[in-house]
Write a protein that binds this ligand. Structure first.
Ligand code: K1U
Ligand code: ZN
Length: 190
């Protein structure tokens, strides 16, 4: 198992549409193991394979509460089969847009069809955080980011901030100070 690097915006690979998984084989299990190790290390509550640079339709999540036993969930080739008319709003974050949180409105409940790790078809009906997280992760498999649902002004500002940070770090994970809007260098006193 390995912790893999998480792609950060403006990395163009985050805009790719991922390919369906063809076989539930040992390679898929290695990918899923690496994804869990990467998500728990981050830490996060969900991850899509494209976030570690693998354009395959694989998403994982673990929504267990802190100090409760882990509840790892894997969804292969997930598809939204139904959404509720009722909406709900949740303050979302994204491991590919670190330290940026914004409220997003989405359908409150969804039905998702997917394959499990054995390649068996499954279906889940979800509401609340699970529904939000499923939609967020399935969006990643289609090259969609949660900032696509916020105002153009906010999106432009966040893209500008991350483009600047990418220039400074060469595209790696930015440090907190690289993401601040401060004009002064971080060692400046007074
Ligand atoms: O897909 C991702 O980038 C992961 C993302 C999932 C997500 C969060 C919130 C709403 C929808 C989807 C994250 O995990 S961001 C980090 C986060 O939410 C978190 C981190 C540590 C503890 C609790 C939450
Ligand atoms: Zn995300």
């Amino acid at each position: 198992m390995a912790v893999r690097d998480i792609l950060i915006i403006p990395d163009k690979r985050l805009r790719l549409r991922s390919e369906p998984v063809k076989a539930a084989d040992a390679r898929l299990r290695v990918l899923v193991d690496d994804m869990f190790e990467t998500m728990y290390a981050a830490p996060g509550i969900g991850l899509a394979a494209i976030q570690i640079g693998v354009a395959q339709r694989v998403i994982i999540m673990d929504l267990a509460k802190k100090d409760d036993p882990p509840e790892p969930q894997v969804f292969i080739n997930p598809e939204v089969a139904w959404v509720s008319d009722e909406k709900s709003t949740y303050e979302e974050g994204c491991l590919s847009i670190p330290e940026y949180y914004e409220e997003v409105e989405r359908p409150r409940a969804v039905k998702v069809k997917y394959l499990d790790l054995e390649g068996k078809p499954q279906e889940i009906e979800a509401a609340g955080l699970l529904a939000t997280c499923l939609q967020h992760e399935i969006d990643h498999t289609n090259g969609v980011l949660f900032i696509d649902y916020i105002s153009k002004l906010k999106r432009t500002m966040v893209m500008k901030r991350f483009k600047k940070a990418a220039k400074q770090t060469g595209g790696g994970k930015p440090k907190s100070e690289d993401l601040s809007d401060d004009k002064e260098p971080s060692h400046h006193i007074g």
